[in-house]
Design a protein around this ligand. Sequence first.
Ligand code: CP
Ligand code: NVA
Length: 310
Amino acid sequence: MLKGKDLLSIHELSVGEVETILDLAQELKAMQKAGIEHRVLAGKTLGMIFEKSSTRTRVSFETGMFQLGGQALFLSNRDLQIGRGEPIKDTARVLSRYLDGVMIRTFEHSKVEEFAKYADIPVINALTDLLHPCQALTDLLTIREHKGKNLEGLKMAYVGDGNNMTHSLMYAAAKTGMHFVAATPADYAPDAEVRRRAEEDAKETGASIALVTDPFAAAKDADILVTDTWASMGQEAEHEARKKIFAPYQINKNLLAVADKRAIVMHCLPAYRGEEITDDVMESFADVIFDEAENRLHTQKAILALLMAD
Ligand code: CP
Ligand code: NVA
């Protein structure tokens, strides 16, 4: 049902498609751990266009394609003609003639949408300023592993900047029936249109979406506490100013104390210890946070297989 489609936003996936991705990710993870081959993309090539830095996304997509029997090409905008002004709509049509799928990490979300409009191969959003769907789907898999398969009714509290992770987690929570609360400074609240769409999705699953400014109100009795950097890629010049604005939004022992006793802490990484999360909290949840990093591999393999396999 996902074959040939794009994956630009979790909002565009059905509730069933989200479940299918997570189920297959769990299956592929088990197969990989058991040493069972799963070369369902033999002979296929994924293009990986990066206009921003990456550790996890690049390595997990590239390794994932290899494990699925295919290959991946790292295409930096410094090397592609796109970096010298070749239009996206031309690049999309050219690359569609060589590749079987493409993943893109860029700034404006509209660039990924334009690429997908002109490409006739599956296009995967590997992070834009607006959304980071592969990471949020990975987070759902990680929550399943630590909290059980049924995510309905869990409270997820996001604390920090209302950014691409907040938006994708909001969609992810809405598709799986979770209660999502984001605490951000008023001027850094999540996008209103994303919230509206997440609330639409929430009607189908019984999820709820709330936006607050008090981190303690968000964290109270939470099953999952999540944060992300206070200065995303492209906001480096604002980093010092943001450190002051976001100081009350740190995940530390005091905030954790109001969450559920069995709460887990998540972070998509890279983490800036002493800013959005303290070193002690980060280290005491290292098992969850590095499972989360590992799960990028398994979740993206599921996405690649569903979109690209014959
Ligand atoms: N979480 C994440 O996307 O990490 P990278 O920026 O290293 O790819
Ligand atoms: N919000 C962060 C996520 C990094 C994976 C960024 O966009 O830089």
